[in-house]
Ligand binder design. Structure first.
Ligand SMILES: NC(=O)C1=CN([C@@H]2O[C@H](COP(=O)(O)OP(=O)(O)OC[C@H]3O[C@@H](n4cnc5c(N)ncnc54)[C@H](O)[C@@H]3O)[C@@H](O)[C@H]2O)C=CC1
Ligand SMILES: CC(C)CC(=O)C(=O)O
Ligand SMILES: [Mg+2]
Length: 353
């Protein structure tokens, strides 16, 4: 195959993990005889500083002509700490998702056997947890009408029937391919938007008689994820709830630096870690590159390159087993590995495999 990849490194730890993702992509392509080329483009705070726009038109063009986007993270404290800033790095990420029509964000939450004790939850509780959060990505509060003055502010949580139907369909279809259990997470006891989600889910469920569909309020789901994470197979939920619940999900795996995702929909898919730009770690070579590297595995799997994805997963497992890990998941007293060293170890493993 031939892959044209748009690389959007962004801010904070973004550029450091991006390099590792690209190197793994290149190593796998060499191994399997695929051609790969990269086009780098600006986004986030970096793009605001350089051209005044967090998702410049030139970046959009690069994304449109690519087969896939390898995205890292955006965000910078100088904007986080200025609630009056009119242009923000995160608007670039939202613009990319909206313009590319990426309505379905697939976020797998899994455990690694050797990291069970790194979860703040008891190992026996998280063992075997393996679920997908299907997060709606281009609607809801992040995109609804907003207003802000010194006395009043609001964000509108709006969803239309077609938006709900298409994301629920993704949820039901993933459930069919997995353990056939779909949990629709909403707040239908309070929110009108959630009631429409639940109504449409109930209308669609009979089309998937093999799927056990249940409905759970988001506050209860947040608790159940901690209490019994193995309960879940596929959960489908709106943009805001999915964003929050998957950060919580990273505690099941043991680190924010472990969770990849695929943002898919109407055009070029984007593969991105679920975490942000962790600005405090910028330049320190301590960020875990695995979320980015596993996003590359998801990229290959999206294009039906199963062996390529499996090799990356094998290399990641091997690095963890060999204790080649970044500080937040390192064994006590073990050798120290940085972002770069973990990435290089994985690339070498792939080359030798
Ligand atoms: N997709 C994106 O680009 C996202 C961007 N952001 C932005 O990122 C900036 C920082 O936001 P935060 O709320 O601090 O979230 P964050 O995800 O950047 O960091 C939260 C915590 O997660 C851990 N963490 C994150 N990435 C890690 C990695 N690769 N390896 C090991 N540990 C890691 C660290 O302990 C960190 O303190 C903000 O400007 C925010 O708006 C936040 C979330 C997503
Ligand atoms: C920074 C936000 C726009 C998004 C976010 O937190 C996420 O996609 O996980
Ligand atoms: Mg988030």
């Amino acid at each position: 195959m031939e892959f044209k990849i748009a690389v959007l490194a962004g801010d904070g730890i973004g550029p450091e993990i991006s390099v590792q993702g690209v190197d793994v992509m290149t190593a796998v392509c060499e191994k399997f005889g695929h051609k790969v080329s990269y086009e780098y483009a600006l986004c986030g705070a970096d793009a605001i500083d350089k051209v005044g726009d967090p998702f410049p038109e030139a970046t959009y063009e690069v994304c449109k002509r690519a087969d896939a986007v390898l995205f890292s993270a955006v965000g910078d404290p100088k904007f986080d700490n200025d609630p009056t800033a009119k242009v923000r790095p995160e608007q670039g990420l939202l613009a990319m998702r909206k313009k590319l029509g990426l309505f379905a964000n697939i976020r797998p939450v899994q455990t690694f056997k050797c990291l069970l004790h790194k979860s703040p939850l008891r190992a026996e509780l998280v063992e075997g947890a393996d679920f997908l959060c299907i997060r709606e990505l281009t609607g809801g509060m992040y995109f609804g009408e907003k207003y802000q003055d010194n006395e009043k502010a609001y964000d509108t949580n709006m969803y239309t029937r077609p938006e709900i139907e298409r994301i629920l369909k993704v949820g039901f279809e993933y459930a069919m391919k997995r353990r056939k259990h779909l949990t629709v997470v909403d707040k239908a006891n309070v929110l009108a938007s959630s009631r429409l989600w639940r109504q449409i889910a109930q209308e669609m469920a009979p089309q998937y008689p093999e799927v056990t569909t249940d409905y759970m309020f988001v506050d209860n789901a947040a608790m159940r994820m901690i209490q019994e994470p193995t309960f879940f197979d596929v959960m489908v939920t709106e943009n805001t709830f999915g964003d929050i619940l998957t950060d919580e999900g990273s505690c099941i795996s043991g680190s924010m630096g472990l969770l990849p995702s695929a943002s898919t929909g109407e055009s070029t898919p984007v593969f991105e870690p679920i975490h942000g730009s962790w600005p405090q770690a910028k330049g320190l070579n301590i960020a875990n590159p695995l979320a980015q590297i596993l996003s590359v595995a998801m990229l290959f799997e999206y294009f039906d390159c199963k062996e390529e994805g499996a090799l990356i997963r094998k290399a990641v497992d091997a690095s963890l087993d060999a204790c080649v890990r970044t500080p937040e998941i390192q064994v006590e007293g073990g050798a120290k590995y940085g972002t770069k060293e973990v990435g290089e170890w994985i690339v070498n493993y792939i080359r030798k495999a």
